[in-house]
Structure formats: C-alpha cells, structure tokens
Design a protein. Structure first.
Length: 271
C-alpha cells in the first residue's frame, strides 16, 4: 500500500500541478516562447516529493554559457532529481520517448532523442544540438549509455561528446562560448541508512521488472537521498579530441563519486 501522505500529496499537489503546468508547457514549447525551461523544474520537483526523493546539490551548474553536462546514470529517477534543480534539456536514447509518462514529460523539456542503433542519426543529433547551443541552452548527457547500480562506473561514450564539438562549430559557438561540465550522481541513503545492495538494485532498475512495478516499489518505499555533484566546467575549443574529453569527464565523475563514498567534502551549491 502506498503511504497515505504520498497519496494525499499526489491528489492535492501533483495532480493540480500536472493539470495546470503540462498544458501551459505544451503551449510554450510548441509556440517556441521564452522561459519554457522554468515549468519543467516544478514538474520534476513535485515528482521528487511524491517519490520521497530528497535531492542534495554540491557545486554549481554552469550558467554563463551554453554547456554540455556529462554524468553517470543510475536510475530513471536521475531525470527527476536533475530536472528539479537545473534548467536544461536532456540528450537521451530514443527508447525513453516510448516510456509511459516519462517520455511525454521529456518531450515537454525539449529532450533530444538519439537512435543509437542508427549511425546515420548522428548528423541529425549534431544539428539539433548545434541549434540549442547557439541559443545558449544547457544540455544534459548520461554518458555511460545505460543505467547501473552505481557501484562501478562504466566507460563514458565519446560519440555524443563528439557531436557536441561538431555542434559547437556548426552553431558558430566556438572559442569559450561552450563548456563541458562533469556531474556525479549518487544515491547515498535510504531512510537515513546507507543504501544496501538490494536498495541499489531497486533504485537502479535493472529491467528484470516492468517500469510500472519498479515505480510502485519506489513509491511504497521509504525516503531516499540522492546527491548531485557538479564538477568544474571546462571550455571547449575547436579541434578538441572527443575521446580525451570523455576520459576527462569520466575521471572527474569517478573522483567525485569516490569522494562522496568516503565522506569527503565537496563545494556546496548556491542553487
């Protein structure tokens, strides 16, 4: 059974927010009106509250220039956690567009969907990213290419980072106008206790169960703490090696995850 307070929050807060915000956001995105990236933060915030997801932010996301934020990926809840704190759009695999509710919400946030099974899709992705970067937008990329339990970091894929470099040139946003920023995501506690191996499996959603069943499991569970740590942004320049940049981001994310695991201090955020 779902906790009674979450049911009340769903009826009193989440449903009204969705009924008002989603139609408004639909109009904003379809008519290409300004400030379209504000309302998704409210949607994701209400989702975090409903799931009992407590988001803690360390460091500060880059705001002064177009930025590609590059992160590890643990759970579908990462989307809610990050989206509740940062005004940006995701670069996501095309499968997400088919997920119930999540795919629709992602489309309202101008997510760039990538078909990784088609090499020809890279050009379309590059064009889409270049247009967004030329407008000064922030894009968020889960660079591992899939989810994990969070215990072992997978190698970061460099293909979409290469698309960002190509996009930078095509958008006329060379020099120091575009930055890349590593981001570490870590689920640290569940009901004030360190996450267990079973918690990691549940939170990570290894797809041995449907997303609906996983959602109900998370909803019926206790409060969860997730830390989003923003590393130092680095300016991209024409001619940069995408593989070196991917390795840099992977190393920075790994170091931040180790620091969080060992209880070391990281800079606090001002957001």
């Amino acid at each position: 059974m779902l906790p009674i307070l979450r049911i009340l929050f769903l009826l009193v807060v989440v449903v009204p927010v969705f009924l008002v915000v989603i139609p408004t956001q639909f109009v904003l995105t379809r008519l290409k009106l300004p400030f379209w990236n504000i309302l998704p933060v409210l949607i994701y915030w209400s989702g975090c509250k409903l799931l009992g997801l407590r988001v803690h932010v360390l460091g500060t996301p880059e705001k002064k220039r177009a930025t590609l934020l590059v992160a590890n990926h643990i759970s579908w809840m990462d989307i809610l956690a990050v989206g509740s704190r940062v005004r940006m759009s995701f670069v996501s695999k095309s499968d997400v567009a088919k997920w119930p509710l999540v795919g629709f919400l992602a489309s309202l946030q101008k997510t760039i969907f990538v078909d990784r099974t088609r090499r020809s899709d890279a050009k379309r992705t590059s064009i889409a990213m270049s247009a967004r970067m030329a407008a000064g937008d922030a894009l968020f990329l889960f660079a591992e290419g899939g989810t994990s339990t969070g215990e072992n970091l997978k190698p970061f894929r460099s293909a979409l980072i290469g698309a960002a470099l190509a996009a930078m040139g095509e958008a006329g946003a060379g020099g120091k106008k575009v930055a890349i920023q590593p981001v570490a995501i870590s689920y640290t506690n569940r009901h004030k206790q360190p996450v267990s191996q079973q918690d990691r499996i549940t939170l990570g959603w290894n797809r041995t169960q449907s997303i609906w069943k996983n959602l109900l499991t998370v909803l019926s569970g206790r409060a969860k703490d997730v830390v989003i740590a923003f590393g130092k942004p680095v300016a991209l320049a024409d001619g940069d090696d995408r593989k070196k940049i991917a390795r840099y981001c992977e190393t920075e994310v790994r170091n931040m995850l180790l620091a969080l695991e060992n209880g070391q201090d990281l800079p606090r955020s001002d957001i």
